[in-house]
Design a protein around this ligand. Structure first.
Ligand SMILES: [Zn+2]
Ligand SMILES: [Zn+2]
Length: 327
């Protein structure tokens, strides 16, 4: 631990080169969910994000009303993994550490406590999407920021600590490892085939399509790493969410809400992670959203770097389409 340690730092594991964000602020963070419980609801009177409790957090923006009537709210994360810190001493040659530089924001997409994301109305989702686009642009305009990661942890098994529906945004001074890996795959494929990997993939995923409309498509990928995993992507080649047209936004919400609602009807109240994969700085990247239901927990085999999956994407698609025909 360096002398200037402030609470958030990145260490680079010399065995693998993997970066780990350390933060002790999380230890003091209140949690509505105990480890791996299935309890979704929490006491509304203890929730610090309700109407009139704005002074408990640093509010960035209220949308659709004032502190007693907002429909969406953006705040600074009170327990951030990243912080805008600059005065950090140079690192050791072998035990490498660096400041966990960045910004963390939280969007509350509904004022209603104990409401699941899958229960929102279309106008709520559209407001949510517009807030994401606006905040991404604002974060990208800050000095040193190279990558903004938008994601949702939904439910007690997703890693979320809050039960009040929310979306997180983290702005980093470098692109994440997963996105860099996807970026490299996309470039490698393009160099060889002169075509976008994701647009090519859609043509190969015909048997595994979950939903489709004019401008968007969703499928359960052939090589699903997680049970009942899905990918939602625009048919048009765009690298980040800020480039969506009005029609595409509406189509995106149509498909996204369908997937999470039908997943709930297949699995019951489902914990999941919803991840935006996008890159503002690389036109070659193809924007998509990945949804990872937390049906099964990782075991030793996954720690060895092998993924296992108990549900074939084809059987997930079959069940999904059966349920969707009943809706
Ligand atoms: Zn609440
Ligand atoms: Zn593309």
């Amino acid at each position: 631990m360096s002398d200037t340690f402030k609470g958030e730092e990145i260490r680079i594991d010399y065995r693998t080169g993997v970066k780990i964000i350390f933060s002790n602020v999380r230890n003091n963070k209140p949690t509505d969910f105990s480890e791996l419980s299935d309890k979704w609801e929490s006491d509304v009177s203890k929730c610090p994000f309700e109407y009139g409790k704005e002074s408990l957090n640093k509010t960035i923006k209220l949308v659709g009303g004032d502190e007693h009537s907002w429909k969406l709210k953006v705040i600074e994360n009170k327990f951030p993994l990243l912080a805008p810190q600059f005065d950090f001493l140079p690192k050791d040659k072998f035990l490498k550490e660096e400041p966990a530089f960045g910004y963390c924001e939280v969007i509350f997409e509904t004022p209603l406590h104990n409401v699941r994301f899958s229960q929102l109305e279309k106008e709520d989702y559209l407001r949510w999407l517009d807030a994401i686009i606006e905040r991404e642009n604002a974060l990208y305009s800050r000095e040193r920021i190279k990558y903004v990661y938008t994601f949702k942890n939904e439910g007690p098994r997703s890693g979320a600590s809050l039960s009040h529906a929310h979306t997180q945004m983290m702005a980093f001074d470098e692109i994440s490892r997963t996105i860099k890996e996807e970026q490299a795959k996309i470039k490698e494929f393009f160099d060889k085939e002169k075509e976008c990997l994701y647009e090519y993939a859609v043509k190969q995923e015909k048997e595994r399509i979950l939903a489709e409309n004019e401008t968007f498509i969703a499928f359960a990928p052939f090589g699903s790493r997680i049970s009942a995993e899905s990918v939602i992507m625009p048919k048009r080649h765009i690298s980040y969410v800020g480039l969506l047209s009005k029609e595409e936004k509406s189509d995106f919400i149509g498909i996204l809400s369908k997937i999470i609602k039908i997943n709930d009807s297949i699995f019951g109240k489902l914990s999941y992670n919803l991840l935006f994969h996008e890159l503002k700085s690389d036109d070659m990247f193809h924007f998509h959203v990945e949804i990872y239901p937390r049906v099964i927990t990782f075991a030793s085999i996954e720690f060895a770097g092998f993924n296992t999956n108990q549900i074939f994407p084809e059987s997930y698609v079959k069940t999904f389409l059966e349920k969707s025909s009943l809706e």
